[in-house]
Design a protein around this ligand. Sequence first.
Ligand code: ADP
Ligand code: MG
Length: 676
Amino acid sequence: MDLTLSPQYIKGVGPARASMLSKLGIETIEDLLFFIPRDYLDLSPLNFKQASEDKKGAFPCIVTGAIEGRKAKSGIWITKIPITDGQNNGYAVFFNQPYLARIFHKDDRLLLIGKMNKKFGAFEITNPEWIKFDKNTIYDFERICPIYPLTKGLSQKIMRNIVRQTLQYTYKVEETLPKQILKDYDLMPIQDAIKNVHFPKSFERLKQARKRIAFEELLLFQLAMLTTKRYFFNEKRINLYKNLVLKPFLSGIPFSLTDGQLKVICQIKRDLSSKHNMNRLVQGDVGSGKTVVACAALYLAVINGLQGAMMAPTEILADQHYETITSYLKPHSIKVDILKGSTSEKERQRIFKDLKEGKTQILVGTHAIIQENVEFHKLGMVITDEQHRFGVKQREKLVKKGQYPDTLVMSATPIPRTIALVLYSDLDISTIDTMPKGRQKVQTYVVDKAMRRRIYNFMAEEVKKGHLVYVVCPCVEENELNMVNVQDHTKMLKKSYPEIKIEALHGKMKAEEKDKKISDFISKKVQVLVTTTVIEVGVDVPEATLIIVENAERFGLAQLHQLRGRVGRSNIRSYCILISDSKDKNARSRLTYLMKCHNGFEIAQKDLEIRGPGEFLGVKQHGFFGFKMAELTRDTKWLEITRNISKEIIERGCLDKPEFGNLKKKLYRKYDLPDC
Ligand code: ADP
Ligand code: MG
């Protein structure tokens, strides 16, 4: 039997069932073999007393008397069967299945599968699955029973039978992993894994089977990422770093670095002195000081005769980086320029010329710096800030302006390591895990709408002190859900506080208009900014001390933490007030969690656990990464291990060896990779 054939060739599957299976994504016999149960039922025999109320169990029992059938007032037909497990008595109750009275008789031996409850002192099991034995059968079927995802028209019983029929073709599945890998990581051969994932001999075997299948999925994924990366980036270093002395740079900045910053700088230095190009992600909580780390990398490039470029997602951020970098590099007579959409033609021409001649050593800017006419003399270091705004394509464009430059990606969105390993698996990951000394925590409160007036009076007091305030709403315009919206809320606040300069800012505005409002805010021409989440990304406004979030229950934990990071950027005491009238217990506890937790990575991890990877990343559809078995939250360890193995496989060119043939075949088929 060819595994790529339609399931229709399996006994018990006709055209109708084949089309039901197709709804479950099963198109071939192979798909059936890899159709992973969503759960398992433990069918180890229990007596009634061992039952736990909320968990299904399997109960061998004997029918002790006559079957009762009657119509209840509600019109439901109730069949009641008296049973015993040998020690205790009880009832099995079925609804609307009057024919059962003809099937069950006194002294029948049954296996009932379901939830056994105690009702009015008697054991009772309602609508259980049942198996009837004849006098001679012994209890010897699978003790662990799969539960499959189903679709209309299919039952567990049918599905189990189909899979059981299919399993006879398991011998056709070829082993993908080389013997050595199976041995080194104590993995089950694929055929055993398939059998045990459907009908496990024991829970231990099931665990082994899952591990085997998850391992292969993760390995293939990592290999795909690395293969793609190799396709885009030349791995071999051509820019040589003879001088890695940072001391002059460090003595030129107004503070000493945190341990976290030093650690990451060390990793960067190691990259620069290795044989391969650097492709590194630096992630750190807002305010952890990523800019100085980026600047250190730029400095190293410059003192080794190379140029550096740093790309930011908005003009304002580009301006802020430019100012910071110029001030950090002041003692070193390094020429830094800034190129934005709004740069004048004359200045633009001057920059183009200086860049090409190598006079400009560092170029900071927006995506204006990836335009075609921007040419470098010798671009060796490419840094992008807030990467999720750019994506790989834009990073690539900048990379192509140099001769195999090193790259550094800065991200202010802390993400759990598991997710980072997947999302950025083409990058090495550094984390700045300490905050600069003396940074105070933003005081966080959760309040309900009844407190609104007091909160906004507090806002007015903060403004009087010369501080700046953000008010964040979940949407821009009036909406059906009756959530606070930017437009109406701005009007309302302007009316209540005519003495305060209040402005609205949201994503539907043009970029220039947004930039204008933010710069007015920075220069205090605007004191209160009513806005949506557009302010999430790294703008630094030290005088902002209060952020009020309306309908806070509408936001994810990680997002709220990002928002909170907009304040508390100086030594002035700062506040984050989350307004919510939600009565939902989970929503409340999510919000109050922020009162005590201030660590972006912990919050991101929690957010991931609550919402799952899809929601967390803003991708709802199931199986975004194409994993059927691997679970990012559970399989962290295997994610790391397979990552290291795949690196080794690629670096040693193993994929071309015969024992990796099947793995390579599967890799190219699953991920549709270009032939190298
Ligand atoms: P982010 O990681 O959010 O990009 P920045 O690089 O903008 O953080 O730094 C935030 C602020 O912290 C800046 O004002 C910077 O000068 C300051 N800073 C950075 N590193 C240190 C340090 N080691 N000690 C004290 N202040 C620091
Ligand atoms: Mg930053």
